[in-house]
Ligand binder design. Structure first.
Ligand code: PDD
Length: 276
């Protein structure tokens, strides 16, 4: 299989990365995960816009234009003959001897790979168990940084408790999952944390909000306290890789359970209809 190193397709086995890449020393970089369905990247403009936004937020200039990035992704997908799966794309600030302060000369480094995946939306997988824990992350969760230690610690805590995902609370309010966004449903109304600095504004989240509104559901983007989890009719997670995943159980700081309900199923079906 091939990976992209800047604009070059390189065989993964022969690829070399530089030890002075700031991605290693500082996690100084950003990324996107884009789903590919039937060879076509899903919501690619939205993902590339968010990459551009993340880049601007860390005072970095992307080394390629939007169209160049689209062409590079297509080249990678074609080289790997990827039909269903994902593209991981990261841009680090570049290569310089280790120093917290970067210079203007630092040239961003792009790396991308593909990974095949089953087309889940065709048959939504079983409902997931989630672990409710503290949100120990920083205050710029809106930046899709490759610095993911807080997320990784939460995910491992969840896995140790036989849960597939962690959901997090900051000061008593639910923020999001360790690698997903959370929605609650009560009386057919959807509730989710607003797109502030405390969460990543997921592309799947945005797609689901649009879908819900188009189909006559009200969507409330407001922070809600932890105990609201106990009063919801349904709960689900969204992400590029999970798509729309119903939650059947919450454990940890609070315990409650749900039966995958009609609104989740309706949105899963409407989401499936968007795919090629
Ligand atoms: N994670 N919140 C966090 C903290 C995330 O890392 C992600 C995505 C999301 C959902 O965003 P989107 O719908 O754009 O995938 C929300 C990706 C999939 C990952 O790190 O693998």
């Amino acid at each position: 299989t091939y990976i992209l190193q800047n604009a070059d397709l390189v065989r993964k086995e022969t690829a070399h990365l530089h030890i002075d890449d700031r991605g290693y020393y500082f996690g100084d970089g950003i990324y996107e995960v884009i789903r590919v369905y039937e060879g076509v990247p899903f919501a690619k403009e939205a993902h590339l816009n968010r990459l551009e936004e993340s880049s601007a937020k860390i005072d970095m200039t992307l080394p390629y234009s939007g169209q160049e990035l689209i062409d590079l992704l297509d080249k990678l997908i074609a080289a790997n003959e990827l039909v269903n799966g994902l593209v991981y794309l990261q841009v680090t600030r570049g290569i310089e001897p280790r120093n917290h302060l970067y210079t203007k000369n630092c040239k961003p480094v792009l790396t991308a790979f593909t990974q095949p995946l089953p087309k889940k939306a065709a048959a939504p997988s079983a409902a997931v168990h989630v672990w409710l824990t503290d949100d120990i992350r920083w205050l710029r969760c809106d930046i899709k940084t490759i610095n993911l230690l807080g997320n990784i610690i939460a995910k491992k805590e969840a896995a140790d408790q036989q849960c597939q995902e962690a959901i997090m609370q900051r000061d008593g309010f639910i923020t999001e999952g360790s690698s997903s966004n959370l929605f609650l449903v009560k009386d057919k109304v959807l509730y989710t944390h607003p797109a502030t600095n405390l969460i990543l504004n997921g592309i799947t989240r945005q797609v689901v909000i649009d879908l819900a509104k188009q189909n006559g559901y009200e969507v409330v983007e407001e922070p809600f306290p932890v105990d609201v989890l106990e009063h919801a009719d349904e709960a689900f997670l969204t992400s590029t890789t999970m798509e729309i995943a119903a939650i059947s159980q919450i454990k940890g700081q609070l315990s409650t359970s749900y039966v995958p309900g009609p609104v989740t199923k309706d949105l899963q079906e409407k989401f499936r209809q968007l795919l090629p």
